[in-house]
Design a protein around this ligand. Structure first.
Ligand code: MLT
Ligand code: MN
Ligand code: ZN
Length: 312
């Protein structure tokens, strides 16, 4: 079962929301308020993570969100029993983990993976170094969890048949490491995007991107699928919603709409499927039937939801 001919790229959305999730525990912005009031136009979304497989049995976890345990509970394909023999007492189809930056929504779930389970943890040397220096992450026993730094542009195969390459995208250091003037939009190893390939199919996962240089567009051209930063619809949305002063760009997230937004930035690049992910709870595309949902769908985008499977 699941061998040979079954090899194909599949992506599974564990968490489609940005940090905080939707609704966020303490938020009464217009979108969260709809959810809290029981309005079915807003469904709950957990925090930012996907999984990828090439054989349907072994999964690469891309980002480990604070909601990881619940995400596993809701995904039979990630249950410890999914591939294990009756005699096994510890098992998981999560065979490897990759983090794209050091933000809390992408690393806090590593603490959930602490129970003496063997897996390699991939990321840039910068992000893995930051994790290694943080005493609380010492709960990931190095005897079980091997940190494997990967260089920008280096291809590796974390799972049989799945090829992965990371590349720098414009971003910044994690929020909790910001000090003084923050260089937002620099291309460094603190924020990366991921190219996933299997069996001739290619998908890109870019949950955070401050702006879109031509080099990045050229890289993505012709992809079978793109999961892209859908944090905010409008750059000043947090301010408009009355929940914060920061713009999306200041947070390292280019907006969907407006000048330099992502809505039409990929037009003409021959990308078969485009979907927004890492969506902040203030974003009106989360409301089914909203004008903004209509705008993104009319422009060829899908709004991801938790549990969505994408087979590019
Ligand atoms: C972000 O994507 O901007 C971060 O997840 C913010 C955060 O850590 O709350
Ligand atoms: Mn985030
Ligand atoms: Zn909210």
């Amino acid at each position: 079962m699941g061998r040979g001919r079954d090899h194909r790229l599949r992506l599974f959305v564990l968490g489609s929301a940005a940090g905080g999730g939707c609704p966020q525990w303490n938020c009464l912005c217009d979108v969260c308020r709809l959810y809290w009031s029981g309005d079915e136009r807003v469904v709950a979304r957990s925090q930012s993570s996907i999984a990828a497989t090439a054989d349907g049995r072994n999964w690469l976890l891309l980002n480990a969100s604070p909601d990881l345990r619940d995400q596993i509970l809701r995904s039979p394909r990630l249950s410890p029993a999914a591939n294990a023999s009756p005699a096994e007492r510890r098992a998981t189809p999560i065979s490897a983990v990759l983090v794209t930056n050091g933000d809390v929504d992408h690393i806090a779930g590593l603490l959930t993976l602490r129970e003496k389970q063997r897996f390699p943890l991939y990321g840039t040397a910068g992000v893995l170094g930051m994790i290694a220096e943080s005493p609380v992450f010492q709960v990931l026993d190095p005897a079980f969890v091997e940190q494997r730094p990967v260089a920008i542009g280096q291809s590796f195969e974390p799972l049989p048949g799945l090829s992965v390459e990371i590349f720098s995208v414009p971003g910044k250091v994690p929020l909790f490491m910001e000090k003084g003037e923050v260089d937002v939009g620099e291309e460094s190893e603190m924020t990366v995007g991921v190219k996933l390939s299997a069996n001739g199919r290619t998908a890109f996962y870019i949950p955070g991107c401050a702006h879109l240089p031509e080099t990045l567009k050229a890289r993505i051209r012709g992809a079978d699928a793109l999961l892209f930063d859908g944090t905010l619809f409008a750059d000043d949305e947090m301010r408009q919603a009355g929940v914060g002063e920061k713009t999306g760009r200041r947070m390292g997230h280019m907006p969907i709409s407006g000048e330099g937004g992502s809505l039409h930035a990929f037009d003409g690049l021959d990308i078969a499927r485009r979907a927004y992910i890492h969506i902040n709870n203030t974003n009106p595309i989360l409301v089914a039937g909203s004008d903004e949902r209509g705008i993104v769908e009319a422009a060829g985008w899908t709004v991801t939801h938790d549990g969505m499977e994408i087979a590019p």
